[in-house]
Design a protein around this ligand. Structure first.
Ligand code: ATP
Length: 291
């Protein structure tokens, strides 16, 4: 028989943030083909929005608006909902409206964030049948970055991204994010990576994070940048533009192609965003880091 849960408000709205990889180092390759990494990830205030409504019947309806993404079983939102119902044994269903603002396949983790928000929201709508550990396990089974978005706090990520350690004192920076009109597959970037595995990476990060104040310029590094930047020289041009516009550092996020500049004040970030606009290198976003 289907499990019964007490009634809770049946509509829920949630914002799913994007992420930036402040550092991404590949430290190994597992027998199953996944790469082991050490990364610093931060959530930023660039959001997709999801609206979820409980349905009495066992069905999942998904409607997408905004940037184009699949609205069927290919969508991570759909797969997250399927996984939630399968795991909990709940007999009901859900109608989900996804408004997509985070550029797709752009290194900003939008799909993973949507999936995490779906899991969190469904769990709340049905009065928390899953605890944090269950949610984390479910998330990791769906995709490497999804567990990060359950907490959505600046974190060191290890393993394939599912071993997370929040960084309590990560400074609140402003980020100017530039997304050129290209889509980069994460699988393609890893397949083209020339493996020169980094050693002692975790200790390097711990040491850097102990410094007061944290010098972000010394931390920024992404092993996947060389792969994507060789194929898409615009990555390097955007970095140069951001640095010339006063960023304390600039880096490609994830497997790209989004590139971000780090700024210590909104004023400086806004000035840089304005100075980049005439160069028409892609979509430009100004986003506060979330903590
Ligand atoms: P990551 O770095 O985690 O791979 P990304 O930002 O590079 O993330 P996403 O925007 O999450 O990439 O999308 C990657 C792929 O997932 C795309 O090819 C897209 O079609 C598919 N996808 C499935 N569901 C979603 C979703 N809800 N939002 C965005 N993409 C989705």
């Amino acid at each position: 028989m289907d499990k019964q849960f007490p009634f809770k408000s049946s509509i829920h709205k949630i914002q799913a943030p994007a992420k930036l990889n402040i550092r991404l180092k590949v430290i190994g390759r597992r027998p199953d083909g996944y790469h082991e990494l050490v990364s610093i990830m931060v959530p930023v205030a660039l959001f997709d929005t999801l609206e979820l409504e409980r349905l009495p019947k066992k069905q999942i309806n998904l409607a997408c608006q905004g940037l184009s993404v699949p609205d069927d079983g290919e969508n991570l939102v759909y797969r997250a909902a399927q996984a939630f119902f399968a795991r909990t044994g709940i007999g009901g269903g859900v109608s989900i409206k996804l408004t997509k603002n985070i550029p797709v396949a752009a290194g900003l983790g939008g799909g993973s964030s949507d999936a995490a928000s779906t899991l969190t929201c469904l769990n709340e709508l049905w009065s928390s049948p899953l605890d944090c550990e269950d949610l984390c396990e479910l998330a990791s089974g769906l995709g490497a970055d999804i567990a990060f978005f359950l907490l959505a706090k600046p974190s060191i990520a290890r393993g394939i991204g599912e071993v997370l350690e929040p960084i309590e004192k990560w400074p609140t920076f402003w980020y100017v994010i530039v997304t050129p009109p290209l889509q980069v597959s994460t699988a393609w970037a890893y397949a083209n990576l020339k493996l020169e595995l980094t050693k002692g990476e975790y200790n390097f990060i711990l040491k850097r994070l102990k410094k007061e104040p944290i010098q972000v310029g010394h931390i920024l590094e992404n092993d996947l940048e060389s792969v994507t930047a060789i194929h898409f020289p615009v990555i390097k041009s955007i970095k140069t533009l951001l640095l010339d516009a006063g960023a304390v550092g600039a880096l490609m996020s994830g497997s790209g192609p989004s590139v971000f500049g780090v700024f210590e004040s909104r004023e400086n970030a806004l000035r840089a965003k304005k100075s980049l606009a005439p160069h028409i290198v892609g979509d430009i976003f100004l986003a506060l880091g979330l903590s």
